[in-house]
Design a protein around this ligand. Structure first.
Ligand code: ARG
Length: 464
């Protein structure tokens, strides 16, 4: 089949293999909305500038509206012979309105067209991701407030370190996601310049108004260098970098869910909404959703790496290599949105197992630091010495396999004679967390006020 858009240039159509490697319509049809919006803005601008007739522009805009409806209704026939979304739409426009369709491509090229479409798509996607991340933050902050006083073990090296609260742990993720959202907003701000009108690479001799199309498409301004405009894929890579880091955070959270919901930990209960049974082992409740959130990270980081490798050796300006920017980005963002939705669902679903958390919080001599701090405060001991004294008391407890609170005063005094029974008051888990009142610390009071701060900030945010 001969490519009708090239006119008579090729007497024979591209070989099947050429069509196979060249066509992008199977995936870039996803850009139809952005492509139509870009073309409508371009046509209106051309008419305003007197480059095409107002009546032609009207026909073009109306024809594109028809195409939008056709695509959304599923009645549009996509053709691989027409390569990509741009040519598919333009060709259908010609069928619909005839000659004026041929005027739409004045003063533009597919190079600036695809850059514009994809920027608009990435921008829309960033907005969707941001809204989803906000929902996740709300779910986490609400749960954190509810469980601000629920003690649990805090870990370093996955060894019991010091008791913390469940709310505090959840708020750590609210902070991470807050930074993720900040990175997406940074990327969005830098992305938001209009490449349309850069044409093939050198700009155009037609008196176009790039500020006009920028405004119509919600861009802050036109891009300032036509070569850069059609060569730049920073905006995708940067959005993918933000996505990668966000996915890493979701993955760490998912990993905690896997650990917490295991039979060995039993820190949280997940309902069967987000777990599956085993086909052979009836006792099992597998945290599949969390595992898949963890796994999606690979695809997302992979997409970023892949596009970086595609771009790294490309001379200016547009190269067809850049067509490879889309599939992976589509997949990565689809994966990210799914992962965020699953994480949010699991947060809403999970219930902390209070008794197990409390028991675990006290195990592993988790209040040893509180003992050392008491020695510093009550006996004015230098911290290094207190650490040493505490170590000897922990050794006694460990040897006898008892908790720190159960070490008799006489044994403590054998380690250091100045210790009094006031020490026992700091050795409980609840006392421990309540004492951590430094800014950002785990005390339930702090956690409640931090959760409230987030709840208020998130509620105040205007939805875009
Ligand atoms: N399908 C192409 C892409 O995604 C559109 C731009 C094609 N430009 C060109 N000169 N062949 O990159």
């Amino acid at each position: 089949m001969s490519n009708s858009m090239w006119g008579g240039r090729f007497s024979e159509g591209p070989a099947a293999i050429m069509e196979e490697i060249n066509a992008s319509i199977d995936f870039d049809k996803k850009l139809y909305r952005q492509d139509i919006a870009g073309s409508q803005a371009h046509a209106r601008m051309l008419a305003r500038q007197g480059i095409i007739g107002a009546d032609d522009a009207e026909k073009i805009v109306a024809g594109l509206d028809t195409i939008l409806r056709e695509i959304e209704a599923g009645t549009f026939t996509f053709s691989r012979a027409l390569e990509d979304i741009h040519l598919n739409i333009e060709s259908r426009l010609k069928e619909l309105i005839g000659e004026p369709a041929g005027r739409l491509h004045t003063a533009r090229s597919r190079n600036d067209q695809v850059a514009t479409d994809f920027k608009l798509w990435v921008r829309d996607t960033i907005d969707a991701v941001d809204a989803a991340l906000r929902e996740l933050q709300i779910a986490l902050a609400d749960k954190a407030f509810l469980h601000a006083g629920q003690v649990m073990p805090g870990f370093t090296h996955l060894q019991s370190a010091q008791p913390v609260t469940f709310g505090h742990h959840l708020l750590a993720y609210v902070e991470m996601i807050g930074r993720d959202r900040g990175r997406f907003q940074d990327a969005r701000r830098r992305l938001n310049e209009n490449p349309l009108g850069a044409a093939a690479l050198a700009g155009t001799s037609f008196p176009i108004d790039r500020f006009d199309t920028a405004k119509a498409l919600g861009f802050d301004r036109p891009t300032a260098n036509s070569l850069d405009s059609v060569s730049d894929r920073d905006f995708v890579i940067e959005a993918l970098a933000a996505a990668s880091l966000c996915a890493i955070h979701l993955s760490r959270f998912a990993e905690e869910i896997v650990i917490w919901s295991s039979a060995q930990f039993r820190f949280i209960k997940l309902s069967d909404k987000f777990t599956t049974g085993s086909s052979i082992m009836p006792q099992k409740r597998n945290p599949d959703a969390a595992e898949l959130v963890r796994a999606k990270t690979g695809r997302i980081i992979g997409a970023q790496t892949a596009l970086q490798i595609v771009m790294k050796g490309l001379p200016l300006a547009y190269q067809k290599d850049m067509q490879e920017d889309k599939e992976q980005a589509f997949d990565a963002f689809e994966s990210l949105e799914l992962a965020i939705a699953a994480a949010t669902g699991m947060v809403l679903d999970m219930e902390p197992e209070a008794a197990n958390l409390k028991k675990a919080a006290g195990s592993g001599f988790a209040t040893a630091t509180d003992l050392a701090d008491w020695l510093v405060r009550a006996l004015n001991m230098p911290f290094r010495e207190a650490h040493h004294v505490t170590g000897r008391i922990v050794a006694i407890a460990s040897e006898r396999d008892i908790e720190l609170t159960k070490v008799p005063l006489a044994d403590m005094q054998a380690v250091h004679p100045a210790i009094t029974d006031a020490v026992y008051s700091v050795l409980t888990v609840d006392k421990s967390v309540r004492s951590r009142t430094s800014y950002g610390g785990t005390s339930p009071k702090n956690v409640r006020s931090q959760a409230k701060r987030w709840q208020n900030a998130l509620a105040r945010e205007k939805r875009r």
